[in-house]
Write a protein that binds this ligand. Structure first.
Ligand SMILES: C[S@@+](CC[C@H](N)C(=O)[O-])C[C@H]1O[C@@H](n2cnc3c(N)ncnc32)[C@H](O)[C@@H]1O
Length: 238
């Protein structure tokens, strides 16, 4: 699924996108990494840098939501703070991240509306159609079998519900990449970012993956530093 270099015009430099390197299982684990990642995401939240507005703009604002690969949990928790009568299940395969997400939920006074659980995105421990919305940020590039995960998230999404997945993109410009690197101050997390960038998909690669899933009417949009997928599951005719 390698992509050719993008040539903006003969006046501008072209950038070659390196081949994708799946993230090694050894990356992004350990209590020290989890705490360093938590600090970074807390700072991002403090400057209003989370993607909560993107969720709200695409109509994710009600009911019970599932956040997949929630890490320290800030996106889902910020979404809870900015919506009314909503509740959340945050799922992550890393027990250290889940412990931090529980602590963050408690500290933000959201413990009663949020349940953070250890689990895998390809095997969500919930019934078909249970969620009004499913969302995920910066986790897709780590999924070992993304087609199986997208199908599983589709299974637990209710009719009329919306699925939103955002991630880094491997073919961002060198300038956007430098911007990302400056924002990461911890050496531990910087190594993780390097591995995540190498494992991230391009829009074309993700479109090929989605074409192999059960999802219908999806759209992949590039952003300056990444990509987003938004899909609505059609409501069943009465
Ligand atoms: C880079 S972190 C992003 C965390 C969070 N979404 C954020 O933006 O702060 C990716 C997270 O996805 C989780 N993850 C990766 N693969 C997963 C899978 N198959 N199922 C559940 N969680 C997964 C990792 O444990 C990690 O916490």
């Amino acid at each position: 699924m390698e992509e050719k270099a993008h040539t903006r015009s003969s006046k501008f430099p072209s950038f070659t996108t390196p081949a994708r390197v799946p993230e090694a299982a050894s990356v992004s684990t350990g209590a020290r990494f989890a705490e360093a990642f938590n600090c970074m995401q807390a700072s991002l939240r403090a400057i209003g840098g989370l993607e909560t507005e993107d969720l709200l703009r695409c109509g994710i604002a009600n009911g019970l939501a599932l956040e997949v690969g929630a890490g320290p949990g800030y996106l889902g928790l910020d979404w809870l703070e900015r919506t009314h009568g909503t509740s959340l299940v945050g799922l992550d395969s890393n027990a250290e991240m889940v412990a931090i997400a529980r602590r963050n939920a408690r500290d933000m006074g959201l413990g009663a509306r949020a349940r953070q659980v250890v689990g895998y995105a390809h095997d969500v421990p919930h019934a078909d159609g249970e969620f009004d919305a499913v969302f995920s940020s910066r986790s897709l590039h780590e999924w070992a079998d993304p087609v199986a995960v997208f199908d599983e998230l589709w299974r637990v999404l209710g009719d009329g519900g919306r699925l939103w997945v955002s991630d880094l993109r491997r073919d961002i410009t060198p300038r956007a990449r430098r911007f990302l690197e400056r924002y990461v101050t911890s050496d531990l997390v910087r190594d993780g970012l390097e591995a995540s960038m190498a494992a991230a998909y391009t829009v074309t690669e993700l479109e090929l993956l989605l074409a192999a899933t059960r999802l219908a009417n999806w759209e992949v949009c590039p952003t300056p530093i990444g990509l987003q997928v938004v899909v609505t599951k059609a409501a069943k005719a009465a």
